[in-house]
Design a binder for this molecule. Structure first.
Ligand code: PEP
Ligand code: MG
Length: 583
């Protein structure tokens, strides 16, 4: 029985692992800003004070940058370069210095006002990514003001605790990691938040988006953080502690056993080879995916290149990144997705849409901005000389889009040929099936391309009309809904009828309960987050194709997601009894 004051909060699983420890409730230093008049003779001194503070802030960030580069690699550490760029923004600081001179106000007051204007614009955005970035700007603002007020930075504290905070800036996340931190639990943040991305790279368990953990956890409270399931328990009862200790031991044992699987192929019990690859966003993730036994990359989300910047990277910069990923994956293949901008992702301008998920996204942006698309295609083609790059388009909803995008690919090839660049002339082109209209047209689309990849994250939200990020309806977002199963079956059938392979790169491909079903439906490739890869491999190895087909056929006869799930869980327990399932 849970005790009276045991509090369980559900958030978003951001980085795997189960930890237990005392809460370190981190309250950000919120600087007190008073408006002060500066006598004319002191204006120069005030400007100097600000210049010193900016240069101290830059030094701090340089230190964080080099520490981050060592710990998580150059491309992820770019967030800090972007922050340093704000410090060197001549327009922003030009107007700050001018206001101090003209209005004769104290530096922190003007800095606060000017940067807050920027930030407000970002916070008003309907785009989650932009709102996340507003916190980065907040970090810069507070850093400068702290330095103007000559306060010391506190980043060291007693190790062995779980950091509980409203939000964490990328700098906080990196600096805390030096103190033997057990985990991170934050009120805010989504899967795209930098706390999530960085904690995964740092291998520190994290749960974000807990909404109200800071109002429930007091400093020193004992708590459990489950980064697999996205749960935290404050003041857990003895029984809860024992349960989690058991689950943690099971997971550790299981992960250990999975190590033995690492070099074994992903084949079914009767010998059918399945392609098991991973989803990545940064070149640096290649090492980890390989160590997890991945056969290549089934989804490279190129938007990782856009983090922390508001202009598109040049062809050269993109080429270097794509080339590095292709080389690291060789001889395995990498499926690169062209930029999927909009929706919940990066936007190239602060453009407000009532319904961004139904708006200017993915291929729609690419076809409206052919120059940007051709630049990216040229970079991908130039990086394809080892012939292991495949390219796919996101958010396709019609045949017209497929044809227009292919025409732009031909233009990119022609321009490269004219410039005597070498590239893989037979580079495979595919389409993500993540919009219901594309699923309906899977057969027609399959005739136009070399492969399909099912993006269940979006497909489920559009098919069931359930916003994938809206908590109020999250119970309705169910991958085992009969309508979802039938749609997946249709897509796979149509791809095979047209003799092309079909993979899945949405989260469902990495859901252990779904593995046997998808195998039975004939899926050729599973592309999953690297942490779950060994578990999925184990399940694939536990079943024959014939048995998987029988299970899939039966699963399709149920009329509710509950029945489907119960049936699949029961079969999974029978086939792979040691797979730890969430409660
Ligand atoms: C998907 O929609 O399933 C997918 C893989 O793309 P993303 O999650 O990046 O939208
Ligand atoms: Mg998608």
């Amino acid at each position: 029985m849970p005790t009276m004051n045991e509090i369980t909060l559900h958030g978003i699983a951001a980085a795997p692992g189960i930890v237990m420890g005392r809460a370190f409730v981190y309250k950000k230093h919120i600087p007190r800003i008073e408006e002060k008049a500066i006598p004319p003779e002191d204006v120069k001194k005030e400007i100097e004070r600000l210049r010193d503070a900016v240069s101290r802030s830059e030094k701090e960030l340089q230190k964080i940058l080099s520490f981050a580069e060592q710990k998580i690699g150059n491309s992820k550490a770019k967030i800090f370069e972007a922050q340093i760029m704000i410090l060197n923004d001549a327009v922003l600081f030009g107007s700050i210095y001018k206001r101090i001179e003209k209005e004769r106000k104290n530096a922190e007051f003007v800095v606060h006002g000017e940067i807050a204007k920027y930030q407000q614009l970002m916070l008003n955005s309907s785009d989650e990514y932009m709102r996340e970035r507003a916190h980065d700007v907040e970090d810069i603002k507070n850093r400068i003001i702290r330095n103007i007020q000559e306060q010391k930075l506190i980043s060291r504290f007693e190790g062995g605790s779980i950091v509980v905070s409203q939000s964490l800036t990328p700098a906080d996340t990196i600096l805390f990691s030096r103190n033997d931190i057990l985990g991170y639990a934050t009120d805010m943040g989504g899967v795209t938040s930098h706390t999530a991305l960085l904690s995964r790279s740092l291998k520190i368990p994290a749960v974000v988006g807990l909404k109200e953990i800071t109002s429930h956890a007091a400093p020193g409270d004992f708590m459990i953080l489950d980064g697999y399931a996205g749960v935290t328990v404050i003041n857990p009862a003895e029984e809860t502690i024992a349960n989690y200790k058991r689950r943690s031991r099971e997971m550790a044992k299981f992960e250990h056993r999975l190590n033995e699987l690492r070099d074994l192929p992903a084949v079914t019990a009767d010998g059918k080879e399945i392609e098991l690859s991973s989803n990545i966003e940064f070149a640096e993730e290649m090492r980890f995916t390989k160590s997890q036994g991945s056969h290549g990359v089934g989804l490279y989300r190129a938007e990782g290149l856009l983090i922390g910047r508001d202009t598109f990277p040049s062809e050269e910069e993109q080429y270097r990144e794509y080339k590095s990923i292709a080389e690291k994956a060789f001889p395995n293949k990498v499926i690169m997705r062209t930029f999927d901008i909009g929706g919940d992702k990066v936007v190239s301008q602060s453009y407000e849409e009532e319904n961004p998920f139904l708006g200017w996204r993915g291929i729609r942006v690419a076809l409206d901005r052919p120059e940007t698309f051709i630049t990216q295609m040229r970079a991908m083609l130039r990086a394809s000389t080892k012939k292991n790059i495949w390219v796919m388009f996101p958010m396709v909803s019609s045949l017209r889009e497929v044809r227009e995008a292919k025409e732009l690919v031909s233009q990119a090839k022609a321009s490269l040929r004219a410039e005597k660049h070498t590239f893989d002339d037979r580079l495979k082109i595919g389409v993500m099936i993540e919009v219901p209209s594309a699923a309906v047209l899977a057969g027609e689309i399959a005739k136009e391309v070399d492969f399909l990849s099912i993006g269940t994250n979006d497909l489920i939200q559009y098919l069931l009309a359930v916003d994938r990020g809206n908590d109020i309806v999250s119970q309705l977002y169910q991958e085992f809904e009969p309508a979802v199963l039938r749609t997946i079956r249709h897509i796979i059938k149509e791809a095979h009828r047209n003799k092309i392979p079909v993979g899945m790169c949405g989260e469902m491909a990495g859901e252990p309960v779904a593995t046997v079903l998808l195998l039975g439906l004939g899926l050729d490739e599973f592309s999953v987050i690297p942490t779950v890869l060994p578990e999925i491999k184990k399940i694939i190895r536990s079943v024959t194709v014939k048995e998987a087909q029988k299970i899939a056929a039966k699963a399709l006869t149920f009329s509710t997601f509950k029945e489907v799930k119960e049936f699949l869980v029961a079969n999974l327990k029978r086939l792979s009894p040691d797979i730890p399932l969430p409660e």
